[in-house]
Design a protein. Sequence first.
Length: 234
Amino acid sequence: MNRFRRHVGVHVEKARAQAALQRAERLPLEAIGREGGAVALADRFGEQALAHELGHVLGLGHETRGCSLMNPVATPEGPALCPQAKPWQWRCRMLTSDDVTGAVALYGGTARPPSGARDCNLYAGIRAPTGVEVRATSETHGYQISFRRPAPIPVPAFLSSRRAEPESFVTAVTSGRCATDPHAFGRLAWNVKPGEPQLERVRLEPGTYCVAVWAVDSFTRPSPQPARLWIRIV
């Protein structure tokens, strides 16, 4: 593309983008619905919408074949054709390799490797339970697991309006290895107050086990790491 064609193309895209940038102010509500607290997502989703429209200013069109900031449809978790962030995250690394390749094709230069996290948390997660202990009971092969409930955390209103459940926990007792995915096990409701010990009973045959316990907040987001304890039953 010669300089004249590039200049004309960008001039045309600027004209088209003026109306699109005005629409971007309304985009968060249109894209995620007018549910309670949705307006609070505008800051972060608005950044994504603005970056998309600036892509048009630079001469990039819509991309419908793969992951790109220029996908015509997006959510707060990312463009529609990209891997989506978790519900408690937003896609903070906006540019994809497709976007950078397109810009380099138009203007030249060399693409830099991406840096930083692709997805960023919208709020600090709940802490893991503490003080995990296992004691034998009077029952054959019976054991009692105890751990302390962590302090609750406030979930932002724009998220709690979408999903709000009682805080809970996940206990995983696995042989020979530690569980890493809390979603593979059922969530249980706390029956103690924060700071108090929760008691759970299990039956264990002789062997080596890893006890992993996650706390789960009211948005069903588990603690980043579980509390772990290795035990050997003889």
